[in-house]
Ligand binder design. Sequence first.
Ligand code: ATP
Length: 603
Amino acid sequence: MTFSQLAVYFEKLEATSSRLSLIEILSDLFKHSHKDEIEKIVYLLQGRVAPFFSPVEIGMADKMVAESIAQAFGISKEEVIKENNKKGDLGLVAFELAKHKRHKGKQEELSVSSVFESIKSIAGTGGVGSVEKKITALKELLEHMDEVSSKHLVRIPLGNTRLGIGDPTVLDGLATAKLGDKTNRKLLEKAYNETSDLGLIAKTLWSGGLDAVKKLTVTVGRPIRSELCERLPNPTKVFEKMATPHPEPSPTRGEGYMVGVHCTPKYDGFRVQIHKNGDHVTMFSRNLENMTHMFPEIIEGTLRQVKAKTVILDSEALAYQPESEEFLPFQETTKRRRKHNIEEMAKQLPLKTFVFDILYCDGKSLLDTPLIQRTEILKKAISGDEILIPAPGQILDKPEQLQILLDDSISKGLEGVVVKRLDSKYEAGGRNFNWVKLKRHSAGELQDTVDCVILGYIYGRGKRTEFGAGSLLVGLYDKEKDEFVTVTKIGTGLSDDEWREIHKRADKIKVDHKPARVNAIIEPSVWIKPEIVIEVLADEITRSPIHTAGMEIKPKVEKVDRQLGYALRFPRLVRFREADKRPEDATSVSELVKMYREQGRKV
Ligand code: ATP
């Protein structure tokens, strides 16, 4: 396939505002992709030349890309920047220039593979003179491009492909193109949960078929999609739903009594999945971002405290003072998620990481090993507790014990506890009743916050017009449909500075039509790409005729009969979560519906 053919698909994907047509376009694209190029096409769709978790960065900011454009089209960089200030997108600037100006010669078509390799080598260029080399390499590519190709090529190094395609939609596209059957799509999903690499899955499916995909499994160095928690209202409900036999005698009831749950404190930091391969350590966030360079002390701790040659650990890192047993608040810990001044921050705010699970040890995946056995392996795998603090948890056999641990965690300033089924396997990417979080309950409020995605903003009146927004239209993620639906508008609880900040961020991701994966009845003044995740506290969840969360739209003979959706009442912003959450990590509609059913019940 030529790059210009691929760019035509990009153009169609960008223009559509329906998710179904996203899948159709993708499926058509994949059907026309050869087995040697499908992997590359999948990465390019994500605006990358490697899987998301790989730390490959193309390393060209606006100014460098502007210079390449200037050189390719024979105008000054200042002119390019001036145009960019007007259009707000260097892709569009390149499009216009390519449309109106002819390059000097060099019009032969480049294949997707050769463009991919060129961009990859731009990413790999380093050292003295690398800025010039990158600029020249991109300029040379641009000299071969028509206007549509120029537009989409330029957006890749800028990390701004504007296609808005979620990973489940890519999986749908792959399945539609190759398999056509829901059961088999599940196999792709499993491979995705265990490898986090859509390019690899596509390549394997195209070259070895479904049997080869079934064999894809956990590898040290590739993140496993994290298992997440469901919610239950109180310890009694937890025992009713989750208690399972365990092999140990009960501490309170002696031999022969056999049911229990597993419990650990819920640490309020951020998830770190640690991969050790010999003396090489890599780390990943909950949203699969490579965080290896951020936490040198965790690398050191892993090398010192873990004997096994290959290991994958699941943990929660936070600033903690062991002497006083003091957990620092999330706002402190989160200062460590940065790309610069790492060594200095590591000294100022050293992290510990509480290791609560082990997913791989000495060449063997432990995903199918029951939790109770994994915790035994975990206890043996870590020596000492200087930086990696083992958190193998406790087995409880009565709701009263769970209540005591919950109260204890809260009194230590923690969020609550996480309860797990003793017999459960590690379900990569799963959120079900194998893991449940129990949190503090404050009267009049929901038992938990909700993570929302900002979908657009509505112009305000009076003082707020200064900041360009009166309220934010926010939504949730519908996992089953891979789309974003609206759940409330937020107008209060934001300081002037926060409004300014949101406005600044939102303006960079404004789009001129409703994004394809957004399903809404309310039309905001400005749509933005669903990217900014915020944590919201609300008083209650109500049914709503205008919000699309949980709303089925059923066509009737003559009219469209809209069911009610769900909405958040009296929402207020608690904090920004985009550092550790992707939009698809927002609270899902099915979680909201469960919270609706649970609300009001006392702990
Ligand atoms: P919240 O918004 O309530 O912090 P969340 O949306 O980030 O939760 P949940 O699935 O609700 O994610 O809770 C699981 C998260 O809790 C994990 O991703 C992990 O970061 C954190 N966590 C803290 N302690 C534990 C533990 N002992 N076991 C598992 N996860 C834990």
